[in-house]
Every structure is written in structure tokens, then in C-alpha cells.
Ligand binder design. Structure first.
Ligand code: SF4
Length: 162
């Protein structure tokens, strides 16, 4: 069982991202960053995945699809929130249809801050996710995660412009 944690299979879901985070995630899979050296395999079927990587701002339209992807993954599983849009809504925070954080829809194991995060940070997040997956496989409860301080919160609208 422990081998699973050392070879996490990763599925990726784009929740309305600008594609910046997605391109950086894909860069991790190239020989330049070589995520496969950590045993990472990118899969297209959530039923085969241990790790769900989420990008973009979760909103009322895509939350149900995201939850559906998550529910299809076998237990134990872990979630990586990639980029500031996923953790807070980013530049879309405060929009009428944006939840303001993926943790309102799914339990998150690792937040990777940045807009977009660099591939090195993404690999670090996936390695941390694999460690949490290992803990879950052993029946342990990983410690709670701290959400990064949100960036790109919309500025308050001055009274005279309301
Ligand atoms: S965090 Fe930045 S790069 Fe990533 S989806 Fe949001 S705007 Fe795009």
C-alpha cells in the first residue's frame, strides 16, 4: 500500500482557470521538471487517481462537476489547490457566482500559492500531497492545512462610486 503514496496518480480539473496555472502544471510533466521522478503519473480518469489538482476559481456552475470528479476517485485521496484563484477566487473573488475558495466544496490537503505558482512550487505541493496520502493510507489523520493569505482580493469600492 505504501507504494501508492510514492507513486501518486494525478488527475487535473480546471475550474474556470485562465490556463496560467494549467500550463505551469503541464510544465511539471515535461522532462525539464520531470514529475515522473517522484512517481507522478498524470491520468485522465478520476477513478484511477489518488491526487486531484484543482485550478481556477470554483463557482456555482462548476462546483457540482468538480464534486462529481472528486466523488469518483477511490479513497484514500488528496486534493491540491493550485494558485490563488483556487484558494480564494483570486481576481474573481467577490464575484456573485464565485465561492471564494475550493475548500468550500472539497476538503483541501495542500494549497500552492502563486499566480501562477512556479513548477518547483507545484512539485513541492504534489510531494506534500503524496506524504498526506501516505498518512491516510496508514490510517492516520494528517494535520489540518493552513490556507495561504489570499492575494488579489478586490479593493473596497469607495462610497462615492457606489
Ligand atoms: S491563479 Fe493566476 S494564473 Fe492561476 S488561474 Fe488564477 S489568474 Fe490564472
Amino acid at each position: 500500500m505504501a507504494k501508492l503514496a510514492r507513486s501518486p496518480w494525478v488527475v487535473h480539473y480546471n475550474c474556470n482557470s485562465c490556463n496560467g496555472c494549467d500550463i505551469e502544471f503541464l510544465a511539471c510533466l515535461t522532462p525539464m521538471y520531470d514529475a515522473e521522478r517522484f512517481g507522478v503519473l498524470h491520468v485522465g480518469n478520476p477513478k484511477h487517481a489518488d491526487v486531484l489538482v484543482v485550478t481556477g476559481s470554483v463557482n456555482h456552475r462548476n462546483a457540482r462537476v468538480l464534486r462529481n470528479v472528486y466523488d469518483q476517485m477511490p479513497d484514500p485521496k488528496v486534493v491540491v489547490a493550485l494558485g490563488v484563484c483556487t484558494s480564494s477566487g483570486g481576481i474573481f473573488a467577490g464575484c456573485y457566482n464565485v465561492f471564494g475558495g475550493v475548500e468550500k466544496v472539497l476538503p483541501v490537503d495542500v494549497f500552492v500559492p502563486g499566480c501562477p505558482p512556479r513548477p518547483e512550487a507545484i512539485l513541492d505541493g504534489i510531494v506534500k500531497a503524496a506524504a498526506r496520502l501516505g498518512a491516510k493510507i496508514r490510517g492516520e489523520t494528517p494535520p489540518p492545512v493552513e490556507k495561504p493569505k489570499a492575494a488579489f482580493q478586490p479593493a473596497a469600492v469607495p462610497e462615492e462610486k457606489k
